[in-house]
Design a protein around this ligand. Sequence first.
Ligand code: AMP
Ligand code: TRP
Length: 327
Amino acid sequence: MKKRVFSGIQPTGEIHIGRYLGAIRHWVAMQDNYDNIICVVDLHAITVPQDPRLLKHRIKEFAGLLLAVGIDPARTILFVQSHVHEHSELAWILNCFIPMGWMSRMTQYKEKAAKQKEQVSVGLFDYPSLMAADILLYDTDVVPVGDDQKQHVELARDAAQRFNNIYGEIFTLPEPMIADVGARIMGLDDPTRKMSGSEEGPNHAIALLDGPDVIRAKIMRATTDSLKEIRFDESRPGIYNLLTIYHAITGEKKQAIEAKFEGKGYSDFKKALAEAVVEGLRLIQERYKQITSEKGYLDKVLAEGAAKATPIAQKTLARVRKAVGLG
Ligand code: AMP
Ligand code: TRP
């Protein structure tokens, strides 16, 4: 029996190379050896305000991009979270078991709440409970995510354990899987902050759909330092981040990369990096065009995905309802 993998992505902002290198490309690679489920988490997206038309557009765009990077609907169940109602129901039940104190410790909540101030919704606070429901509904063994999500996956595991302690073996205990290369890609304009999709300046992130000239311009403007050496040195966050992107996108070894650029300047390295990224994204962009030009194809894939996910989720939820003594 293959192990079950579950992961999710919020359809907000753009899919940038941080999300791609830190998470999505691992989901693609895992299709061969795991039983994969990938979810576009639209209910998580509305924990902060969204423009309805843009959200609807992003859900389709994200699903299309996931297919374009190599998610294969024959091997991965790809679906939209709100199409499977069991997620909301299990999240509510988990709400009644997860202590407030656990939620209050979530660093992502604290960061997001600090930005939003008094506009913070209950949903944003409760976000990890819905994420735990996503994971636990599918008897998930492994959750591949970037390192910012590790704490949420651990909370899901703790919630499962707490529930099992009361009711017996209802949930499988999930584990986070954090890749060592690309787990934290930083902003090009500010290498001390994680590359993120929202509310950032024009030179912060490279989107998967950025054209070649945009990619080149962003990389040439990326913040580095006034030193010269091109080395994987974590104390120099700008050049370290660019090298990490080069390493992740080409698959070349760190030492080989350092040797290749020995004695060269930042500008030579940046040019080479830009071409590597342009080339890496070219195929993805071609496939995306193809996928979205086929009318009805994406809707069909997502409907089939939800149809496959639903019976799995229903089975778990039935177990939970029975254990708790509901209706
Ligand atoms: P999100 O953008 O929050 O929906 O994240 C989707 C996935 O990409 C999660 O597993 C994140 O941990 C991962 N991710 C997002 N931004 C980055 C980044 N800058 N570096 C590495 N991984 C990231
Ligand atoms: N919170 C995750 C993120 O922002 C997205 C997500 C929602 C997720 N549900 C999930 C990831 C379940 C893994 C498993 O990246």
